[in-house]
Design a protein around this ligand. Sequence first.
Ligand SMILES: *Cc1c(COP(=O)(O)O)cnc(C)c1O
Length: 424
Amino acid sequence: MTRRSIPGTGALLSSSPLREAVAVHGRTAVKAAIHKAQQEAREGRLSSEDVASAALAALSRLVARPVLNATGVLIHTNLGRAPLSEAARAALSAAAGWTDVEFDLATGRRAARGRGALAALGEAVPDAGAVHVVNNNAAALLLCALALAPGREIVISRGELVEIGDGFRIPELLTAGGARLREVGTTNRTTARDYAAAIGPDTGFVLKVHPSNFRVEGFTSAASVAELAGLGVPVVVDIGSGLLAPDPRLPGEPDAASALRAGAALVTASADKLLGGPQGGLLLGDRDLVTTLRRHPAARALRAGKLVLAALEATLRGPLPPVAEMLSADADSLRRRAHAVAAAVRGAEVVETDSVVGGGAAPGVRLPSFAVALPERFAAALRAERVVGRAEGGRCLLDLRTVDPADDEALVRAVLAAGDPRCR
Ligand SMILES: *Cc1c(COP(=O)(O)O)cnc(C)c1O
């Protein structure tokens, strides 16, 4: 292959698909992808006709690609947790340019950052004296450790030294924040007396962590927030999933309002689990403590971006987010949709199944659902079509509960593209 046969950068940039890619990725990224593909062609690793498509392929790998979640796991951590509502997506787009995130249009002066999101959160949880939003729940806990217990003790039950996932352990996060842990009780039983005996002048706060992704059954007991609230030190409650008020469909899942009413000084939670919003960390509770957290120097390093604040506000004020819709979808409509999808794909079957909440929330709750069952090999073929199903019992199940009804047709197209279930 000769060097001359390799297309030049200018010609490639003005050719149709790459010219359009400039609008999406910007000129610098497109040029870099072209140069890399040209280099590969020079080294004989790519034929000159393939330079444009190799550059495009490299660019398409740059973007996070949308996928259809047919796993039946409502809050799928590996798929980005909660999908945003239309209102939140519109708010993201509106906030992408200049926005009044820290500006008062009436006075022309600087204003409290993200005050719209903070007001919406405060109104959603009237029991909170004040609220603050940070990057995620881990950041909320870290800020508590940094601001309320530097060089001091956090009193925590041995039954609540939790690993959330991917090696993220709450005890290690807290000690990384410069606090010492004072472990009390045992794995299965911890009483209010255990806490009381450990509290002293060195105590920064008592922390209760919701063991969100596992259950301990049998001879167990834990101290309630109400019991701990009377011990004379702040009680911080990590409720995990971000339920703001009790939900009868999720018995046993702690919520912010109940924890505050029981006497919690602060509640921490994620915004992208059951709340159904963008990645964020919520802090709600005592006004003075929230002010201390907000004024700590590390608060700046943990703060939420303008896009998050905009999407959070829209999630809180707008219509129910998809997580809530999925949670309340009734089994009959799921069955009808599963039959409609299966009818369009010869050889597909409909099976009864259970969806789960996921995201380390409500581990015991099973939501009755219906799925389209395909041969197991479809799992990989469908991933190539950006559809993620669930492998179960030697089959690939597509659970309709986590599929937006508006995506049913796309699901059928993806299955048809992935192969014929009747062929081996
Ligand atoms: C998910 C979870 C966390 C971590 O939240 P992030 O928002 O992912 O940082 C912390 N604590 C509990 C109990 C959780 O369930």
